[in-house]
Design a protein around this ligand. Sequence first.
Ligand code: AMP
Ligand code: MG
Length: 411
Amino acid sequence: MELLQVDLMDEAQKKLYGFIRQIPVRTKKVSLREGAYTRLAADIPAPEDVPLFNRSTVDGYAVIAADTYGASESIPTFLKVAEEVSMGKAAAVKLKSGQCAYVPTGGMIPEGADAMVMVEYCELLDADTVAVCQPSAVGKDIVCRGDDMKAGSVVLKAGTVLRPQEIAALAALGVGTVEVEEPFRTAIISTGDELVPVDHKPEAGQIRESNSYSIKAQAERAGMEVVSTAFYPDQEDELETGIRQAMETCDFVFLSGGSSQGKKDMTARLFDRVTDGGVCTHGLALKPGKPTILAWDETSHTVLVGLPGHPSAASIVFELLVARTLRIHRGQPYQPYVEAKTMYNIASAPGRGTCMPVILHPKESGLEAEPVLGRSGNWSILVKADGYFLLDHNQEGIKAGETVKVYLFER
Ligand code: AMP
Ligand code: MG
């Protein structure tokens, strides 16, 4: 089978993104505790104001700002303590000019007060007299009712991924259950006559199957739900049955191995047969990762991804093509990186992008990136690597000492 339609990474990402957007969205209600890193299915309007009352952001005295104008250490303003507000209790008094009330951080500001003065600038002279040594201003150190989140306003939009901070905001609003999108259901299939399970000792010529492990972990990191992992010998009919079964219940089917031009390599043939759209990407202009295949089945709304068999190539393609496109879909199109100086010259592959795994070394002058050279069939390359940098398909290469963006392999 020829590599017919070789795509640049951008092109393949665009196609994949187009498919992902056509996968029907299923939703479910989850308790807020189970909601971390899921995607909201609908806008969330604030059911009430947060905070519900005017709160102090400091320990100090609630005052009428005008009473404190001109106050200084040499000429303090003397105020009568009308109340000591307790945490979790409503303030009772209504302040009049000449009065103040002690309010702890987060405590309720009494009616009439419009500013706080921190305790550091106050001196309690007797049981109910305070010397204020600094002027305050209206609103100083106060969060007013609804300042943080206003009742009725949309605080979180549909499609928002619930990070810890969004979860906390929902908790503050009293939203205990949320309607979220179900994660993409995913099947991971490996193929190869040489593959044996992890608990088997490989005989000469055999190796242990590992791609389903890395891809499962990567898929879960990318927010997918892996519903099955399986591996098959290079038997076309068995494999076809496996893929068809997976397509019935899954949104994504990953098949690693069998995607290059070897005699037994039948991923493309199979994808053509099991999808109505057929193969739309047959090869990626990426090193490593050339034997990557994409297909879309309109009938079952399933994305099929053929990944290279070589373990580190399979992981890299998942990261660059799948995980990155999923980030775009989740509204996080940027990718965190650190800058580092490459330690060696790295030549790029003509007409192809290059993904260069690196080890990061913190030095006094900043980070240095040591390229990890080796074959994409090696497991140890990515084990050593802290991250990777990319060379564009039309870039000539990079010289030692040049700065690169290193994307990190992190959770
Ligand atoms: P293929 O794409 O089938 O030609 O496989 C390329 C290389 O990757 C071969 O050396 C395979 O033995 C190896 N390989 C393929 N699938 C796996 C797998 N699931 N786990 C580990 N290595 C694999
Ligand atoms: Mg194979």
